[in-house]
Design a binder for this molecule. Sequence first.
Ligand code: ZN
Length: 288
Amino acid sequence: MDYLIKALALNNQVRVYLVQNKEVVNEAIKRHDLWPSASSVLGKTLTMGLIMGAMLKGNEGITIKINGNGPLGNIIVDANAHGEVKGYVDHPHVSIVKNEGGFDDALAIGTDGYLDVIKDLKLKEPFTSSIALSGDLAYDFTYYFLESEQTRSALSLGILIDVDNTCKVSGGIIFQLLPNASDEVVDILERKLREIEPMSKMLQNYSIDEIIKILFDKDYIILDKLDVFFKCDCSKERFSRGLVTLGVDDLEELLHKDKQIETVCHFCQERYVFNEEEIENLIKEIKK
Ligand code: ZN
């Protein structure tokens, strides 16, 4: 089961988010026909989307856009505060294996570009910040939190893609020092981070409830738990509004040429087909 935990630890001086999201990644693999490198990179970005979404409230939303000019092209993830995430890569058929095993994220993403985080806090303008990419996503997001949110964080992302190209485990954990964190707490946290096993290994053996207990024994409180999903909010209605913006001339041309219009959602690959009658109705709507 996919879910997320928000907690406070180490005498309430460290904020912790943990998520396990194997089903979310498998849904993305299935919808987008991802090859392993795309699964690894999009999977980790979906994990970050869920964590950063959980930091929001109400109807706020977040978009992560990564482009390092590598073979994957754009990597786009959208998430909200309700545990819903969606995402895609421009080029899903990418698989680059390292000599020592595992997938080479940095080569697949490319290192010549930016990580953009766009927050829609339901104010007039969305809030955007950008940092230069290294291709190591855990490092890049840690740097993002320091640079853009002045928050000291430590972050671990784990994912395992099986030989049959399904996701075996996926998840992440982030520790954020609150402004009142003492030097002693910083030392304890650093020691724990050196001692813990990689996230991908822990997720094979434990749930995130067990992982937080292993990490902090009794020195934590769980603030919230949230089920998480791959979920797209597209609809035929929404695509029809997009078609209306094409205008009468373009719609009439498409109507005469193909007798139908097929639209595909980038985020979830859902197809919506508009037949002759539906296109004619859209044209009537514009003329009115
Ligand atoms: Zn969709």
